[in-house]
Design a protein around this ligand. Structure first.
Ligand code: ASP
Length: 466
């Protein structure tokens, strides 16, 4: 049994619904289907989830939402009309959407989660209706009925272990099962969504639970590329990469796959592949446990912006037992999560996502607390940073990989503000100023993949010594 997840663009219009139905018909092993909410139909279009967020925010501000409601209903209605589905499903979806205006408003986050989740929920209902219209045995399965139990963290749920056992019963059901992605239910029965893009997570959880032979993640590109095509012209397609590499790349800005989606499939050893709904015969990219590292020690180069780093310095920091813990305790008290923490003898930097400081008070308070509670010599914050990740498990087996990276930065005339490499050697992280990131990525790409890139003397020497 395969679990196939279709992302927003794959289920955005009647034309896309037809392609998805054909893909399912083509392979009887595709028994469980996870759908996103209707995504963008063309560049400049708005995702249904974004429409729903606006709708929800207006409801919470007690504003008129007639226009938003109509626009959302139209997204489903247009699909149904074009496909000739007239079995009452649109009346049901319309009623569901109207009912969202009447939700209990005592908890804003709950209201938002209910509204956001309706995007996938209604689309799953509609897709199941379409399959039945095509006389294919299929049924809509709500995540609660499927047994997807998650932590009660609105907008940021995590799957709870009992889910995997619960999902096993799906194997006994006949026909194609259509499950909405993006949400589950807390142990108390509250609907809770994953973070944005979370239908990938649902797919992975379900694939692990039913013990799928393959988890197919259908999107709108033939494969994952080794660099962002918006930055590097015609980057190489990745045929195969490991779970760890995929996780690093998605975490660091590759938007093809949610960075939290791999773990459930990985733990259950379910192979994952990323395929194109618009070109299903293309092989796609396979995510595997191990690959041959010789040819491509580096699988991809990612970059993500929106980071800041807090730089703390204090003489004899190295001898002060518990300094790091106290510093991190301040961040924990303020509800901040950090990404990296490279340190020196008398100094340490903590890198965080800048958006966590949208509220200026938090930044001022954190800086003040570090200054006064830790008695530091100085604490400064640097904004507008980008993190560039050079990812590839093959770097464990090869000498000279980081020499190439630093040479690439030098060639692009980009100053590296920080370097971090975990001991597992899956990736190297470089912090640079945001406006240098694209140039640096291009130079790195050339260094690792370019055919006619001249290597300078130093690198050549290093490689020869090896
Ligand atoms: N529709 C949700 C979003 O746009 C979840 C998803 O598509 O995976 O974030």
């Amino acid at each position: 049994m395969k679990v196939s997840k279709f992302g927003g663009t794959s289920v955005a219009s009647a034309e896309q619904f037809k392609k998805v139905a054909q893909i399912i018909k083509d392979d009887p092993e595709r028994k469980v289907v996870i759908v996103s909410a209707p995504g963008k139909r063309f560049s400049g279009d708005t995702k249904t989830t974004d429409l729903l967020i606006e709708f929800g925010e207006k409801i919470l501000r007690n504003e008129n939402v007639e226009n938003e409601l109509l626009e959302i209903i139209n997204r489903y209605d247009n699909i149904a009309t074009e496909l000739g589905i007239n079995n009452g499903v649109i009346a049901e979806i319309t009623a569901n959407l109207h009912a969202l205006r009447e939700l209990d408003r005592s908890n804003n986050q709950r209201v938002m989660d209910r509204i956001k989740a309706s995007g996938e929920d209604n689309n799953a209902e509609l897709f199941a209706a379409y399959m039945n219209h095509l006389e294919i045995e299929a049924s809509y399965v709500n995540p609660q009925e499927a047994g997807i139990v998650v932590s009660d963290e609105p907008g940021n749920a995590q799957v709870l272990p009992e889910t995997f056992e619960n999902l096993k019963k799906l194997k006994l059901r006949s026909g194609v099962l259509i499950i909405p992605g993006f949400f589950g239910y807390s142990p108390d029965g509250e609907l809770v969504t994953f973070s944005r893009g979370g239908s990938d997570i649902t797919g992975s959880i379900v694939a692990a639970g039913v013990g799928a032979t393959l988890y197919e993640n259908f999107t709108d590109v033939d494969s994952v590329f080794s660099a962002n095509p918006a930055v590097v012209e015609n980057p190489r397609a990745i045929e195969e990469l490991t779970y760890k590499e995929m996780r690093e790349l998605s975490y660091a800005g590759f938007s093809v796959f949610h960075d939290e989606a791999l773990i459930p499939a990985f733990r259950a050893e379910i192979p994952v592949c990323i395929k194109n709904t618009n070109n299903p015969s293309a092989r796609g990219t396979f995510v595997v446990l191990e690959r041959n590292y010789e040819k491509n020690p580096i699988v991809g180069i990612a970059s993500d912006s929106g980071f800041c780093s807090i730089h703390v310095s204090k003489y004899l920091m190295n001898r002060e037992v518990g300094f790091g813990r106290r510093l991190l305790q301040i961040l924990e008290d303020e509800g901040l999560s950090y990404e990296h923490m490279p340190s020196g003898i008398d100094e340490t930097s903590v890198i965080l996502r800048e958006r966590q400081f949208n509220n200026n008070d938090t930044e001022t308070r954190v800086m003040e607390r570090i200054r006064s509670e830790l008695q530091v010599d100085s604490v400064t914050i640097k904004r507008n940073q980008a993190m560039i990740m050079v990812v590839g498990e093959g770097m464990t087996h090869q000498v000279g990989i980081s020499a190439k990276a630093t040479a690439a930065f030098a060639r692009a005339d980009v100053n590296i503000e920080m370097i971090n490499q975990g001991s597992s050697e899956v990736s190297m992280m470089f912090a640079v100023q945001e406006n240098d990131a694209a140039e640096a990525v291009r130079s790195l790409y050339k260094e690792y993949y370019g055919e006619n890139v001249e290597t300078d003397g130093l690198i050549q020497e290093v490689l020869e010594i090896k």
